[in-house]
Design a binder for this molecule. Structure first.
Ligand SMILES: [Zn+2]
Length: 314
């Protein structure tokens, strides 16, 4: 790493501090240095000005990041505030527990009531999607074992089938995971578990629980998967690339905040990427490539955030 960019900017700062008549750039920098960026918009403008001052290759160096941190401050993170009274569910939630014994019927009742009254309003606000636009009702069916080999739950639009062990038997008996699939099947957002970690984190924190995925484990998983991508191909590669992106989103919940996650998720509904997805992205992601491309573009454009995993097309 060359600390060139950092040195350049530090030199400008020193100059600007001593100059009696400041040129506009130096004046800007000294003001930015004194105040740091309070909003994301200010931070992005500050960073763009610094980017314009150094060579393209220097932007990728840790030295440049250090200079950004010193001059623009940390990227502001905004957690969404929720109103005390989120709107009530706009469609009925039904549950069929006829395959379970009678002692479990009362937990089924509270499971569906909690999912409808305590989870869905948050998911609706985070995703911006009301299920009544797509469905007449949401139907849960709880069964005593896996609905399909290896699956704890299955979602087919508004029909959700759950193994009781992963639904009514949980310590916190309510559903977030399958309901998010149902929402994404309704609005056409990128699904494939990409946003599950980040959005479950947001919902859990709103409910006063610990985040579902912690940042350190997600970072470790991501780094391990990135190494494994080099020797993978076919559907195995696709699975690893999906897992990397989903760990990355869970990390971004902490780095960028809930508001950013809302925006990123929504950018994948009817996506309009500026550029065509590259060949590797299309190879790996198939019909989801445009949605992934839109997501990567907004991350870079609005949050100045990028990550590089060439094997996955990122
Ligand atoms: Zn799932």
């Amino acid at each position: 790493m060359k600390p060139k960019a950092f040195l350049i900017i530090t030199a400008i700062l020193l100059l600007s501090a001593t100059a009696s008549v400041l040129d506009p750039t130096a004046k800007y920098l000294s003001e930015a240095y004194a105040q740091k960026s309070k909003t994301l918009k200010e931070w992005v403008i500050c960073r763009e000005k610094l980017e314009a001052m150094v060579d393209k290759e220097d932007i990728k160096t840790p030295g440049f990041e250090a200079a950004v941190l010193q001059i623009c401050g940390k990227r502001p993170v905004k957690m969404a505030k929720t109103g005390p009274d989120l709107p009530k569910a706009d469609l009925p939630f039904k549950i069929d527990c006829s395959k379970l014994d009678s002692a479990r019927q009362s937990v089924c009742k509270s499971y569906i009531a909690k999912t409808r009254d305590e989870i869905y309003p948050h998911l609706r606000e985070i995703t911006g999607t009301s299920l009544s636009n797509c469905y007449d009702a949401v139907y849960y069916k709880i069964v005593p074992s896996s609905p399909r080999a290896g699956a704890g739950g299955l979602t087919n639009r508004n029909r959700i089938t759950y193994d009781q062990r992963y639904s009514v038997d949980l310590d916190h008996p309510y559903d977030v995971h399958e309901l998010l699939h149902s929402i994404s099947q309704c609005n056409g957002a990128l699904d494939e578990h990409i946003f599950h970690g980040a959005i479950m984190n947001a919902v859990f924190v709103r409910l006063g629980r610990k985040p579902a995925y912690d940042k350190d484990s997600s970072s470790e998983n991501k780094n391990r998967l990135i190494k494994a991508v080099e020797t993978s191909g076919g559907s195995d590669l696709h699975n690893k690339c999906r897992a990397i992106l989903s760990e990355q989103m869970a990390i971004l919940y902490f780095d960028l905040g809930e508001e950013a996650i809302q925006k990123l998720y929504r950018s994948t509904i009817s996506p309009h990427p500026v550029s065509q997805p590259n060949k590797q992205l299309v190879n790996v992601w198939g019909p989801s490539a445009a949605r992934v491309q839109a997501l990567l573009e907004i991350l870079k454009r609005e949050y100045k955030y990028s990550f590089s995993v060439p094997g996955c097309g990122y």
